[in-house]
Design a binder for this molecule. Structure first.
Ligand SMILES: [Cu+2]
Length: 180
């Protein structure tokens, strides 16, 4: 075996250093006192992955992030009750986070939604969805009944109709991540 050429080795080192830098930057932001984050990985054989952040803004929480590898169009986007993405189909994340026992809805339903009902994300032609939605009913603080910490963020194969129980007919689970 011959040694890799020095330029290739240097390029690999730079790539690894950048990767570590980006990961550290994301983790630092996610672990700040007023925010949390989840890294989503593919489920059900999809190619979907991404990041989601939660930032406390008064008594509401702003959700940001980017999901990639989607089919273009709308996909249900929820917080599920268990931070367990271990099952291949992500069913281990349980049902929607619903501490008030409400019916399923969407982020704009006043009083008539699961706290984890975030509506839909919308993927462009390249399969990327940028997220920016602000919701009530959840908080970033630990040790509160409405805390997002330790719950599961799930993206679904299909659109959430924001009315059908229990999950808006949004189909299978194609990405999942635990909020930290
Ligand atoms: Cu869901």
């Amino acid at each position: 075996m011959s040694n890799p050429r020095p330029t290739l080795r240097m390029a690999a080192c730079v790539a690894i250093a950048l990767e570590i830098g980006f990961t550290a930057a994301f983790a630092a932001r996610a672990w700040a006192a007023d925010s949390a984050g989840a890294t989503l990985q593919s489920a059900s054989g999809s190619q979907v992955n991404g990041q989601v952040t939660f930032t406390q803004e008064g008594n509401r929480v702003r959700i940001g992030g980017e999901i990639r590898g989607l089919t273009p169009g709308a996909h249900g986007f929820h917080l599920h009750e268990k931070g367990d993405c271990s099952a291949a189909d992500a069913e281990s994340a349980g049902g929607h986070f619903n501490p008030t026992g409400a019916p399923h809805g969407g982020p704009d339903n006043q009083g008539g939604r699961h706290a984890g009902d975030f509506g839909n994300i919308s993927a462009d032609a390249s399969g990327t969805a940028k997220i920016d939605v602000t919701v009530s009913g959840i908080s970033v603080a630990r040790d509160r009944p409405d805390s997002v910490m330790g719950k599961g963020v799930v993206v679904h194969a299909q659109a959430d109709d924001q009315k059908s129980n229990p999950a808006g007919n949004s189909g299978g689970r194609i990405a999942c991540g635990v909020v930290k």
